[in-house]
Design a binder for this molecule. Structure first.
Ligand SMILES: C=CC1=C(C)c2cc3[nH]c(cc4nc(cc5[nH]c(cc1n2)c(C)c5CCC(=O)O)C(CCC(=O)O)=C4C)c(C)c3C=C
Ligand SMILES: [Fe+2]
Ligand SMILES: [Fe+2]
Length: 344
């Protein structure tokens, strides 16, 4: 028999993405980077070193350069990560109907996770389903959202029931939407090769999160199983395998690589910028690039993969480089999110 609360209350859904500056002005980018790069799950060094190093040196040096890149990304509607998130929230709310209340928050900057949780508290929801919009679990992304949500609700007098959708690396709706967008590009042009370029993380993060030392950054990630379910590297390979299967391409027709490294420590390899420079010498002239670590267009997809990698590839002698757009608020993706929530 349903409890009185579950038959009366609506279900809260909290969609969360990473965050973006309020504007591409250096001062706003600095504030965003200060919050982002002092998160102990992103920069996992002691706080006594992290704060002075990042707030005092790294961020002041990086902010003006990042601001210039954000200026390339910015649109009339602002940052794509934000407006696609708000569009997704509206459309998922429409699909889910009155039984659900959907809110949207960002891990860094605005709208804050705290304000989104307050919306759900005001709506007197019975329980909350949190969906961090990162397909592959990483302690620096999904883990950070989970920690923040728990910190906030642990201070409420009445702590709500919460569940997290921690990974959707192999979700059929997610995979199908990416493959559909890829097929649309493949119908317009003939490609010699496909690249799945994921946001990198330090190798150390993968090893720290590895179940009983299972991940050795090698062939351990060739299968996806209960031991490496939350291994970021294994999930990236799994998403790639599943999309490749839907596209009908074989293992030698695609490459999995990692982008956006920061600092001197080794990050997950191979690095996309190295991989793409070798393609023309191997006779690969036409490349279709997917960014399956992101569900919405952002700096890392539009600018890094769409503009910067394209320039590098052409400078190395390549002919045609094309980025597959992100899922954004594609109807198939809206349906996939709706299904993930309903099935939770
Ligand atoms: C896929 C999820 C993400 C993981 C994992 C992640 C890890 C991670 N990121 C940095 C440093 C930076 N990332 C930046 C931008 C950025 N990162 C993600 C997602 C993940 N990051 C997104 C969606 C974005 C784009 C945001 C946007 O506004 O469009 C940036 C800022 C841009 C820049 O200055 O280059 C930094 C810095 C680290 C260090 C890290 C893991 C340790
Ligand atoms: Fe990042
Ligand atoms: Fe592994």
């Amino acid at each position: 028999m349903a409890s009185p609360a579950s038959s009366l209350g609506r279900i809260g859904v909290l969609l969360v993405n990473l965050g973006t500056p309020d504007s591409p002005q250096t001062s706003d980018v600095r504030r965003y980077l200060n919050e982002f790069l002092t998160d102990g799950r992103v920069i996992d060094i002691p706080a006594a070193v992290r704060y002075p190093l990042f707030q005092g040196i790294v961020v002041p040096l990086r902010a003006p350069k990042s601001a210039k890149v954000y200026q390339q990304l910015w649109t009339e509607r602002g940052s794509p990560l934000l407006y696609h998130g708000l569009d997704l929230k509206r459309l998922v709310q429409e699909q889910l109907g009155e039984q659900y209340v959907v809110a949207f928050g960002m891990r860094y900057q605005k709208p804050s996770i705290e304000s989104a949780l307050e919306e759900l508290r005001d709506a007197a929801v019975d329980r909350i389903i949190v969906l961090p919009l990162f397909p592959q679990y990483a302690a620096a992304s999904t883990g950070s959202v989970q920690q923040k949500v728990m910190e906030i609700v642990s201070k409420w007098w009445v702590v709500p029931s919460i569940s997290f959708i921690s990974t959707f690396t192999n979700d059929p709706g997610f995979i199908n939407t990416i493959a559909t967008l890829g097929k649309e590009e493949m119908a317009k042009h003939k490609y010699d090769h496909i690249v799945f370029s994921y946001h990198g993380i330090p190798e150390r993060h993968v090893l720290k999160g590895s179940y009983k030392g299972y991940c050795q950054l090698g062939s351990c990630c060739d299968t996806y199983n209960e031991k490496n379910r939350y291994c970021y590297r294994a999930q990236c390979y799994e998403t790639s395998r599943l999309v490749a299967k839907e596209l009908g391409i074989s293992k030698d027709q695609y490459t999995v690589s990692f982008q956006s490294r920061l600092g001197r420590d080794p990050w997950l390899q191979p690095y996309t910028d190295f991989v793409l420079k070798d393609f023309p010498a191997k006779g690969i002239q036409n490349v279709l690039a997917f960014s399956p670590a992101f569900v919405a267009d952002c700096l890392e997809t539009t600018v890094e993969v769409g503009f910067e990698f394209k320039e590098m590839f052409e400078a190395a002698g390549g002919s045609h480089w094309q980025l597959v757009p992100s899922l954004n608020s594609h109807p198939l993706w809206v349906q996939a999110v709706t299904d993930m929530v309903r099935n939770n």
